[in-house]
Write a protein that binds this ligand. Structure first.
Ligand code: NAD
Ligand code: TYD
Length: 341
């Protein structure tokens, strides 16, 4: 079995590669990644020399590159993680999101049609459902919740999902889509809430909480997401969408307070800053379908997952110190300079 994993030098993709090499030692795993600011080849160092692993630096939008790779590898399964993923960056410059997230998905699926595959899997997000109100805690996103996006990021991901379903219906391409809630864990780029707050706190820098900090996200440990995708690609039904989430809703401010507590840093570092434009209030997944059809359940409780994540960032300082000492400073200045007012 040969699996092409796109975006495997990023956060979830790299965790997925480690997971697959461990769980399916006979599989060949081929990573295609453009190594944008979010991709880090050093993350893949532990598997780089493994016989069953190959890394290819390339763009999913590059038809020639993609077709050549399919010709060489004849993949059985393609799992597409490659994407521009940060909502704030999408608000700042949407066009690259449309290019990679929509056009790139189309190129990959064209290659799947041309060369034939057993399964194309699209790694999607719960953000395609828009948001839920805070005062209706019994409402959850199911697979039939209408698509109702808020940001250029979520709109580009929704566009991709619709295209994937269209390729299934029109051309009979064997596809599945998963839509997961917010992930956390090792190797997450420090533009996202948890690693950003962890690193700022370790550096005694202000912790920029958007708005009032009452927005709710449904947090899932990254390995549980990887397990769910493994199940969907092997046992999921063609043309189906599977929501992934573990009923772990938390307010942003409570996450940031927890980080202060765990790192023994004062809450006075918390600084309320200008809110994100169009900021989604609450995400909450109903994972009944993947549980009842495929038997998936999350295994890592948030208390344990956050401990593991904090320990990882403490033990792997060089991984993130290298990131935050480079171009990241410019990004931080651009995104947060005016927010602090
Ligand atoms: P990430 O930003 O950490 O990594 C993205 C990876 O894609 C990087 O390695 C980058 O180099 C690569 N990439 C970007 N553009 C590319 C291109 N044109 N060609 C090839 N590679 C390219 O992202 P992540 O957080 O690991 O997310 C992975 C996927 O999971 C995305 O599709 C995202 O929408 C989805 N998702 C993420 C979350 C989350 O909480 N992080 C939740 C649900 C779904
Ligand atoms: P993020 O990690 O960007 O994920 P998403 O927007 O895709 O859910 O943000 C998670 C939540 O944290 C979101 O409500 C925005 C908020 N947030 C802050 O309050 N401050 C920050 O510096 C960041 C990056 C996010």
């Amino acid at each position: 079995m040969t699996v092409i994993v796109t975006g495997g030098a990023g956060f979830i993709g790299s965790n997925f590669i480690f997971y697959m090499l461990k769980e399916h030692p006979s599989y060949r795993i081929v990573c295609l990644d453009k190594l944008t600011y979010a991709g880090n080849i050093k993350t893949l160092k532990p598997v780089m020399e493994q016989e069953k692993f190959r890394f290819v630096c390339g763009d999913i939008c590059g038809r020639e590159t993609v077709y050549r790779l399919f010709e060489e590898e004849k993949p059985d399964i393609v799992v597409n993680f490659a994407a521009e993923t940060h909502v704030d960056r999408s608000i700042d410059s949407p066009s690259v999101f449309l290019q990679t997230n929509i056009m790139g998905t189309a190129v990959l699926m064209d290659a799947c049609r041309k060369y034939g595959i057993q399964r194309y899997h699209q790694v999607g997000t719960d953000e395609v459902y828009g948001d839920l109100p805070l005062d209706k805690p019994n409402l959850f996103f199911t697979e039939t919740t209408p698509i109702h996006t808020s940001s250029p990021y979520s709109s580009s991901k929704a566009g991709a999902d619709l295209l994937v379903l269209a390729y299934h219906r029109t051309y009979g391409l064997p596809v599945t889509i998963s839509r997961c809630s917010n992930n956390y864990g090792p190797y997450q780029f420090p533009e996202k809430l948890i690693p950003l707050m962890l690193i700022n706190a370790l550096n005694d820098k202000p912790l920029p909480v958007y708005g009032e900090g009452i927005n709710v996200r449904d947090w899932l440990y990254v390995e549980d997401h990887c397990k769910a995708i493994d199940l969907v690609i092997h046992k999921g039904k063609d043309g189906e969408v599977y929501n992934i989430g573990g009923h772990n809703e938390m307010r942003n401010i409570d996450i940031v307070r927890l980080i202060c507590k765990e790192l023994k840093k004062p809450e006075s570092l918390i600084t309320y800053v200008k809110d994100r434009a169009g900021h989604d209030m609450r995400y909450a997944i109903d994972p009944t379908k993947i549980h009842s059809e495929l038997g998936w359940l999350p295994e890592t409780k948030f208390e344990n997952g956050i401990q593991k994540t904090i320990s990882w960032y403490l033990e792997n300082r060089s991984w993130w110190e290298e990131i935050v000492s480079g171009e990241y400073q410019e990004y931080y200045q651009k995104m947060y300079g005016s927010r602090f007012g």
